[in-house]
Design a protein around this ligand. Structure first.
Ligand code: ARG
Length: 263
């Protein structure tokens, strides 16, 4: 009997040793450590995902898509972060960054002096400008100054809102999203929508609307930048370095072509 007991104890020790070895192996595996969500650095990205082709959600409403989304995922990867995207109202983005709830903003956000007081911007990553869309049969609006006396839909907190407010006699109606501005034009609640040109063009191309047109005139020339906190200046440097790398290695061009063709 004594022998049997000894044998059993030995077996147990062997089993324990094996188990420890197996656990040790798993834990020590480099690949596993890298993808472990607890150890990976997360980049908290804020966007307003209603701005195709820069940021939007697919029809099922989950996956974030667009030029900005592809770009920031590539930037985060370069920086060694896992990208975590949050969808918030456009006018809530800078306050969320200032409050420390976000690390970066990418949202077709135009670099301007007012915003520069609150956030750091990366080097410009896209050249844009504002354009107008109107109903096709409305021949009374052909340039920005024609917006005088007209009802104009814009998204809250955007450069469009700022610029249209400068046009004397234009009645500005502000909405939470650019989708809402398009709906308002369709419903006849406004005479025009002012928005970033690529977004207006994408809407006309993809939504199937046939009764609107985009005016040729551009009101502004604007540069988009990725915003980060003034309290973490090294973040801007890392973003710029990542952007430069992506421009140098052709990745930026690949993403650009995917969304804008050769335009
Ligand atoms: N470029 C404009 C701005 O900075 C509009 C950006 C709106 N972006 C968005 N994702 N809704 O004000």
């Amino acid at each position: 009997m004594g022998n049997m007991k000894k044998f059993m104890t030995l077996c147990l020790v062997a089993l324990l040793a094996l188990a420890t070895l197996a656990a040790g192996c798993g834990g020590g595996d480099k690949k596993d450590a890298k993808t472990d969500p607890k150890t990976e650095k997360v980049l908290r990205i804020g966007t307003n995902a209603d701005f195709a082709p820069f940021e939007f959600q697919d029809v099922n409403g989950k996956e974030y898509q667009g030029f900005d989304m592809d770009l920031i995922r590539a930037v985060a990867k370069e920086m060694g972060y896992k990208a975590e995207i949050q969808n918030i109202n456009f006018d809530g983005l800078i306050p969320a960054l200032e409050a420390g709830n976000l690390d970066v903003i990418i949202s077709g956000m135009t670099i301007n002096d007012e915003r520069k007081k609150k956030v750091d911007f990366s080097d410009p990553y896209y050249k844009s400008g504002l354009s107008i869309i109107v109903k096709k049969d409305d021949k009374s609006i052909n340039k920005f100054s024609d917006l005088k006396g007209k009802k104009v839909a814009v998204q809250i907190g955007t450069t469009s809102a700022m610029e249209v407010k400068k046009i004397e006699g234009a009645e500005v109606k502000e909405f939470n999203s650019s989708a809402d501005t398009f709906l308002e034009l369709k419903a006849g609640g406004v005479d025009a929508v002012v928005n970033d040109r690529p977004v207006n063009d994408y809407y006309i191309l993809k939504s199937g609307v046939t009764d609107v047109r985009r005016l040729e005139e551009l009101l502004t020339s604007e540069d988009y930048g990725i915003a980060s906190s003034k309290k973490k200046p090294e973040m801007k440097k890392q973003i710029d370095a990542a952007l430069k790398k992506l421009r140098d290695n052709g990745e930026y061009d690949k993403i650009f072509k995917k969304w804008f063709g050769n335009a």
